[in-house]
Design a protein around this ligand. Structure first.
Ligand SMILES: C[S@@+](CC[C@H](N)C(=O)[O-])C[C@H]1O[C@@H](n2cnc3c(N)ncnc32)[C@H](O)[C@@H]1O
Length: 664
């Protein structure tokens, strides 16, 4: 139960028919919400018929006119100029994010699973939703991520710049898309009707079921009431002086609203409140609504293997309806519809693209790795961002792809192989072992394990399975990892010296609070612009906490605003390898520097418990990719490979047996 809920001064009386103690189940809520959406969908189809305008054309026209609205026109960020789908049953999103504990928690939460299977099933990995019309392909086919392309070559740039025009001209696209969309609209209307009929039949189950039928009708009435009341309360809060009931305080209204949000959208009271507090009441509702709708399916062209225009043409020839995502990326494509499973096309299998959520492009774009650099991807599985980094490096330099989960190394190595990254070494350490394992990197990406509050649309289990303790434990780990990431970078790198921290969560505890902690503990870094032209500024203060003013350089992404998964990106520049001693020891005297000037020495933690966590976690496993990559790396950066540290730490431990084991 949330703090406010515990402390509240007595809620307003429940509306008639609302039973606070025995609310409708999440399944029932899901059903009612689904019916509401189906009705909306049906209405949209009818509207579309009334207009005598093919739905595809309408969508595309709207997209072009409105800067491609998706969830909320009023909130649409101009930079996301390609998000044009607005139906609830649109294409499902593919991403590789791995919120902590999601696998087990999804399995355990039957209700969440039922809800997911009603709307957008999750795959085994908790990564991609299953799609009923299976255009994403099988579970195994869609368990991966992807990356963006190196584009410093001038010819390549010119080619990429012209992609959008080229793609628009492809193969009489408009006409074909229009026809498909018309058919689709008709199909949707028929399905919606059938589903409505079906659900009516389910409630109308005859004599024996009459009692249940009545109960459910009552529940549905209650839920509609709750939805209405949410809207009314938000209205009142937005115009409090004029609309309030004088006998009720603002807090009374907020308490009522939070309870209703938790019930209507199926969140724990605790998480509903935590997320609600990030926004104004009206915007919070937009956020919760957006979490009920899948994000668009997007893919990233693997420029190690192909060019975007060629990929687009190949997929269009297979009946895939797609467009460039937006001007901010030269390698992203949004898939609107497909005749073939997008996770099993010959192009997919040949590694021409990665199924990857648009938000996942952002940290790597912010990292901006330069050719010939050495980069550490500290938490890398299943490799969407690793392979993106490898492509931006154009297979030069070296990427250390680390992940603590041995299981997840399989999908990581599979993706690295499929996409043809030859400059990548896979390793299996607790990230907190860096830089002891190896340091001195030009850039480090820490795409941190997180609670997943940004990806609720694909993992609804997060709504109920994250506890207050999670929001203590997870940030604790993130704080340890971020210090190790910082200490693994060489401030004297000629081309780099950067660290990017990202999460697929929207909570302040996992984002600004972690970055602020890093700034306090490591005065040898500063925040710099992410270089991404859109996104909301990070909080510089939040509910009584004040952060460093430069936190406004960090960027937040929201489903309701950017039609992307919720995401956070911060970029640091490390300007010295010296860690001022006082800060390192947490005593606050500025200017003093540590005796050890080498930040690549072991990272120390202040708390005893941190030391305990550090013990016994040193795990190293060789994978096929390490062997494979070594062959190629020897060509790319032999000096480093033959360096003492490499041999001592890595090469000397390799064995034929372990490699064979990993390959199978
Ligand atoms: C958000 S996911 C990474 C997604 C990945 N960057 C990608 O784009 O495909 C977080 C990852 O952190 C890994 N992880 C969790 N704890 C870790 C630790 N202590 N050290 C390193 N990796 C860890 C998880 O196994 C998970 O794969």
């Amino acid at each position: 139960m949330g703090r406010r809920a515990k402390n509240k001064q007595g809620p307003p009386a429940p509306l008639p028919g609302t039973q606070e103690s025995k609310g409708p189940s999440r399944r029932q809520l899901s059903k009612v919400r689904k019916q509401q959406r189906l009705q909306d969908s049906k209405k949209r189809s009818q509207d579309s018929d009334d207009d005598s305008q093919p739905q595809v054309k309408k969508i595309k026209t709207q997209a072009k006119q409105n800067g491609k609205k998706q969830v909320s026109a009023s909130k649409q960020d101009e930079s996301w100029d390609n998000a044009s789908l607005d139906s609830d049953d649109e294409l499902l999103d593919g991403d590789d994010e791995f919120p902590i504990g999601s696998d087990e928690e999804i399995d355990e939460d039957e209700e969440a699973l039922e809800e997911a299977s009603d709307e957008d099933d999750l795959d085994n990995d908790g990564v991609f939703p299953k799609v009923e019309n299976d255009f994403l392909g099988s579970e195994s086919e869609v368990e991966e991520d992807e990356e963006e392309a190196g584009d410093s070559d001038e010819d390549e740039d010119a080619m990429l710049d012209s992609d959008e025009d080229d793609i628009a001209e492809f193969a009489g696209l408009d006409e074909r898309k229009s026809r498909k969309l018309e058919e689709r609209a008709a199909r949707e209307a028929a399905e919606a009707e059938a589903e409505l009929r079906d659900s009516a039949m389910q409630t109308n189950i005859g004599e024996d079921g009459r009692e249940f039928e009545e109960d459910e009708d009552e529940d549905q009435a209650d839920i509609s009431q709750i939805n209405l009341r949410i809207k009314e309360t938000v209205n009142i809060l937005g115009n409090f002086k004029e609309m309030r009931d004088p006998s009720k305080s603002r807090q009374d209204y907020l308490d009522r609203l939070l309870k209703d949000i938790a019930t209507y959208y199926g969140y724990s009271d605790f998480l509903a409140e935590k997320l609600f507090n990030l926004f104004s009441p009206a915007e919070a509702i937009e956020f919760f609504e957006a979490n009920e709708v899948p994000r668009p399916v997007t893919i990233r062209t693997n420029t190690l293997r192909t060019r975007r225009r060629d990929l687009a043409q190949a997929l269009i020839n297979r009946g895939v309806n797609l467009e460039p995502i937006g001007k901010w990326t030269k390698v992203g494509l949004q898939v609107f519809e497909s005749q073939v499973p997008i996770g099993a096309t010959p192009e997919y299998l040949a590694g021409h693209y990665m199924l990857q959520a648009a938000s996942s492009f952002l940290p790597v774009m912010a990292l901006a790795p330069q050719e010939h650099e050495r980069v550490l991807d500290m938490a890398s599985a299943p490799g969407g961002k690793t392979t993106h980094i490898a492509a931006l490096l154009k297979n030069t330099g070296m990427v250390f792809a680390n992940d603590f989960s041995k299981d997840r190394l399989k999908s990581l190595t599979a993706n690295i192989t499929r996409l043809g990254a030859k400059n990548t070494v896979v390793c299996n350490y607790d990230g907190r072992e860096f830089p002891k394992v190896i340091g001195g990197f030009d850039r480090v990406l820490l795409d941190a394990p997180c609670s997943g509050t940004g990806v609720i649309s694909k993992d609804p289990g997060v709504k109920v399975n994250k506890t207050e303790k999670d929001f203590i434990d997870i940030p604790h780990l993130q704080k340890q990892l971020i210090l190790c990431a910082i200490d693994s970078v060489d401030a004297n790198s000629k081309t780099g010296g950067y660290i990017v921290y990202s999460t697929c969560s929207v909570t302040v505890d996992e984002n600004e609070a972690v970055v602020d902690y890093a700034l306090r503990k490591r005065p040898n870094i500063k925040l710099v612009s992410t270089g991404i032209e859109f996104g909301r500024e990070g909080f510089v203060s939040y509910r009584g906490k004040t952060f460093h003013p430069s936190l406004n350089l960090t960027r937040r992404y929201y489903p309701h605003m950017h039609n992307m998964d919720g995401f956070y990106v911060a970029k640091f520049k490390k300007f010295s390898n010296k860690i001022p001693k006082a800060e390192k020891n947490g005593k606050g005297a500025e200017g003093q520097e540590a005796d050890d000037e080498n930040s690549n020495g072991p990272t120390t933690f202040l708390e005893d418990e941190d030391q305990n966590i550090m013990q016994g976690l040193y795990i190293f496993q060789y994978g096929q990719m390490l062997h494979f990559s070594l062959v190629h790396l020897t060509n790319n950066c032999g000096d480093f490979l033959h360096s003492e540290i490499f041999f001592n730490r890595i090469h000397a431990k390799a064995s034929k047996e372990s490699q064979t084991q990993e390959i199978t």
